[in-house]
Design a protein around this ligand. Structure first.
Ligand SMILES: Cc1cc2nc3c(=O)[nH]c(=O)nc-3n(C[C@H](O)[C@H](O)[C@H](O)COP(=O)(O)OP(=O)(O)OC[C@H]3O[C@@H](n4cnc5c(N)ncnc54)[C@H](O)[C@@H]3O)c2cc1C
Length: 482
């Protein structure tokens, strides 16, 4: 283990993960803790918080990728920032091991208080070929790649003769009918529609979108009637919605679907684009800590957001967001716990910051987390959506406006809100941006070509040279003859 680099030796609140929870906790505490002689340290492998509800809109080309993330350096100016992963925590000795993102030697950090806010990762199943062929929608990089993949496949498909190869290129599949999957599918379909309008070699009917959902309904966050309406809406846009269907194999892009629950064969076809959005699971890094974990791999918490074992809460250990099992005192949660969403993450983060401050510095009092879910809003591309706000259902344009209004307000930091709203205004004026960026995986290609001398051409013999050689060749012959 490398020696601890020269980080602050002030009493540390270590925040593990700078997503929703980490960003808000650090932002709320950084100045107050500094004033008391302490330091907030945030460790995250990414230098930004990702506003995940905007990932479908980034994939659909409505929002510029950089505008959907919040830079830690720009907004956490009084926080000690470390770009790396926490790989282990030993709360007994109050130490954490950090693996820097630049690949340098891991080192140890000591702390007085710790906040475990490492979120969730995509939950997958051992399906043949899925790891090689699939892509998730949990990071900004995935959203950017998805947008480019869709536009590239449409462009390439438009140059192909009709047949199985073109069908494969122009088939786009989303597995998972939760909010993220449906929003992603709808945004991609809108983007594809806009792209084919500008490509006279293709029509919308040449492109196939398929939604695969293992249950008999989609979007558990909205009422059954609304969910049925969403299915009809997607079908009216030409999307094949396959309910009670699951993915059995994706080997080499050849999808085998099965009926659920009897697992009989359902359908087989090929695709180059398989998006997997079938749920999330608590970040498995927490298994490398000495914190109490529940049967679903979440860090156990009490309503005060303290990490809690069988013998009660641990001193100086806090958690919130998707990584944690926080009791839902409003009575609405699944299995008695808050569901993993941004609505809870933001509110928990703000309370957690207040509770740490109250506990450490005696200002205010430690309170319990209680929040009744306000509902959900989803956008399905321009002017389309569905929403369930405190039991009140909306569809179409009003739902889409509610979606934009809510997320426009909920995006952290004024400058980010402004950038996102500007994107929307630009989209309204100029339409969806269907420009495909080339060579993202090989950005040095153009320079490499320019800087590499052309391969030596095989010398084309000049006529004179031919003649000389012929004469030379002729000489010995002549000699021999002679
Ligand atoms: C596509 C999509 C759409 C969504 N839409 C909605 C929506 O409309 N409404 C809603 O309420 N919710 C929505 N959600 C859910 C919401 O985004 C999450 O509930 C929320 O992000 C949880 O916040 P968090 O802070 O717990 O985790 P995150 O925001 O995921 O942050 C976790 C952070 O921890 C970091 N990290 C991971 N491992 C380590 C480690 N070992 N060490 C240090 N740092 C680490 C990560 O890099 C990340 O920055 C959506 C999610 C997705 C994927």
């Amino acid at each position: 283990m490398a020696q601890t680099p020269k980080f602050s030796d002030r009493p540390r609140i270590l925040v593990v993960g700078g997503g929703y929870v980490g960003l808000y906790v650090a932002h709320k505490l950084q100045k107050k803790v500094k004033a008391h002689g302490g330091i907030v340290t945030l460790v995250d492998p990414l230098p930004y918080m990702t506003y995940q509800p905007f990932l479908p809109e980034v994939a659909g080309g409505n929002i510029e990728a950089r505008h959907a993330v919040v830079s830690h350096r720009m907004h956490l100016t009084d926080t000690e920032l470390i770009t790396g992963k926490v790989t282990r925590v030993n709360h007994g000795s109050r130490t954490a091991v950090v693996e820097p993102s630049d690949g340098s030697e891991p080192f140890e950090l000591t702390y007085r208080d710790v906040v475990i806010s490492a979120g969730a990762i995509t939950r997958t199943f051992p399906i043949e070929g899925l790891a090689d062929e699939g892509i998730g929608l949990k990071t900004i990089e995935e959203a950017v790649a998805l947008r480019n993949q869709l536009l590239e496949r449409i462009e390439t498909g438009s140059l192909m003769e009709p047949g199985p190869e073109r069908d494969r290129a122009l088939t786009f599949v989303v597995v998972g009918g939760g909010f993220a999957g449906i929003e992603a599918l709808a945004e991609m379909e809108d983007l594809a529609r806009a792209a084919v309008k500008k490509n006279h070699r293709l029509g919308r009917s040449d492109i196939r979108f398929v939604l695969v959902e293992a249950l008999d309904r989609i979007m558990p966050e909205v009422t059954e009637d609304q969910a049925k309406w969403v299915v009809e809406h997607l079908r009216s846009r030409g999307v094949q919605v396959k309910l009670n269907t699951s993915l059995a194999s994706a080997k080499d892009g050849k999808l085998k679907l099965i009926n659920m629950p009897d697992k009989t064969p359902a359908d087989e076809f090929e695709t180059d684009t398989l998006v997997w959005t079938a749920g999330v699971q608590a970040n498995p890094f927490v298994r490398n800590t000495d914190f109490p974990i529940d049967e679903r791999g979440r860090v156990r918490a009490n309503p005060e957001l303290r990490i809690t074992g069988d013998d009660g809460p641990l001193d100086g250990a806090w958690t919130a967001g998707d990584v944690s099992a926080v009791p839902d005192l409003s009575g609405g949660g699944v299995g008695g716990f808050c569901v993993p969403n941004a609505q809870h993450a933001v509110r928990q983060a703000k309370l957690l910051a207040d509770n740490i401050y109250a506990e450490r510095y005696g200002v205010g009092r430690v309170r319990e987390y209680k929040h009744k879910n306000l509902g959900a809003v989803a956008g399905f591309g321009q002017y389309k959506g569905v929403a369930n706000i405190m039991g009140f259902g909306l569809r179409g344009l009003p739902a889409w406006l509610a979606h934009r209004g809510y997320h426009g307000m909920a995006m952290p930091m004024f400058e980010r809100k402004f950038r996102v709203v500007t994107n929307w205004i630009l989209g309204f004026v100029f339409g969806r941006d269907t420009t495909q960026l080339m060579d993202l995986q090989t950005p040095r290609r153009a320079f490499h070509e320019a800087a590499t001398p052309p391969p030596k051409k095989q010398e084309t013999p000049s006529l004179d040279k031919d003649r000389t050689e012929d004469t030379e060749k002729a000489k010995p012959k002549a000699k021999a003859k002679a």
